[in-house]
Design a protein around this ligand. Structure first.
Ligand code: ATP
Ligand code: MG
Length: 254
């Protein structure tokens, strides 16, 4: 049975070698089983933050810890799985089943145990019928679902989702929402799909220019029109009394 992890992020600074500061003094705690949304404009630093937590990038300063144990950059961390924003960055095996199996194989699984896990993960995302399909013959949404299965198969204690609903049709988006809501693992979900975050994540962090500018209950942060507008966001329709209401307000303001 998978247990949920506690994540601590303290004083995190990060810059790419050929770019300015991307994250500045980012600090937050995530309790076991908490689901947190990451919101913010393009370039705010959401994906970079997830890559740092996954260990794919090395922080310039600061500390990342899982259940109190420091996460060392570059060291394999099977308890953390990242679903990349760009599926192409994650998929590289010839077939769907082989790609999904990759992470679990790295954990030392083989034989029937591996086969069962892969089948279960594909079943969960509704892709069992595509197990033998070459990855490069998948549609965009199917690629995204393959990436999600590849993370689930590891049964991690911390799941990092980067724009998981991008490219999904409404039925698959709904399946994703139910899946995320049913998972007991600790979870960070970066998304511009604010309605999805409202359904999945009780708490959100709003990032802008590498800083956490708000951290609180999703329904309160996302409903704060002034705060959202100051950071290039809009209050989601379900909190603003409908899209038409939001449009009228914008016109009146302009
Ligand atoms: N490999 C890289 N090298 C240099 N700069 C990068 C690299 N990747 C991202 N950046 C820059 O870092 C900043 C943060 O990017 P990041 O991808 O973390 O943003 P984001 O919040 O995920 O944006 P989006 O909503 O568009 O996905 C951006 O200004 C981006 O141009
Ligand atoms: Mg991103």
């Amino acid at each position: 049975m998978t247990t949920a992890a506690t994540l601590s992020v303290a004083g995190l600074d990060f810059a790419y070698p050929d770019a300015g500061a991307v994250l500045r003094d980012v600090a937050f705690e995530v309790g076991p089983g908490e689901r947190i949304g990451l919101v913010g404009p393009n370039g705010a630093g959401k994906s970079s933050l997830l890559l740092l937590i996954a260990g794919a990038l090395r922080p310039g300063r600061g500390r990342l810890a899982l259940d109190g144990a420091e996460l060392v950059p570059g060291r394999f961390r099977p308890q953390v799985a990242l679903v990349f924003q760009e599926a192409e960055d994650q998929l590289f095996c010839p077939t769907v089943a082989e790609d999904v199996a990759f992470g679990a194989r790295n954990l030392g699984l083989g034989g029937d145990a591996l086969k069962d896990r892969v089948e279960a993960a594909l079943q969960t995302v509704g892709l069992a019928h595509l197990a033998d399909r070459p990855v490069h013959h998948l549609s965009g949404g199917e690629k995204r679902l393959t990436c999600i299965a590849g993370a689930l198969v590891m049964q991690p204690r911390l799941l990092l989702y980067d724009e998981p609903s991008a490219g999904l049709d409404l039925r698959n988006r709904r399946r994703l929402i139910e899946l995320l809501r049913s998972c007991e693992q600790t979870m960070l979900v970066a998304s511009h799909d604010l309605e999805l975050l409202l359904e999945v994540c009780p708490r959100v962090l709003l990032l802008d220019r590498g800083r956490v500018v708000a951290d609180g209950p999703s329904a309160a942060v996302l409903a704060d029109g002034e705060l959202m507008a100051a950071h290039g966001q809009e209050v989601p329709g379900s909190l603003a009394g409908g899209a038409a209401g939001a449009r009228v307000r914008h016109r009146a303001a302009g």
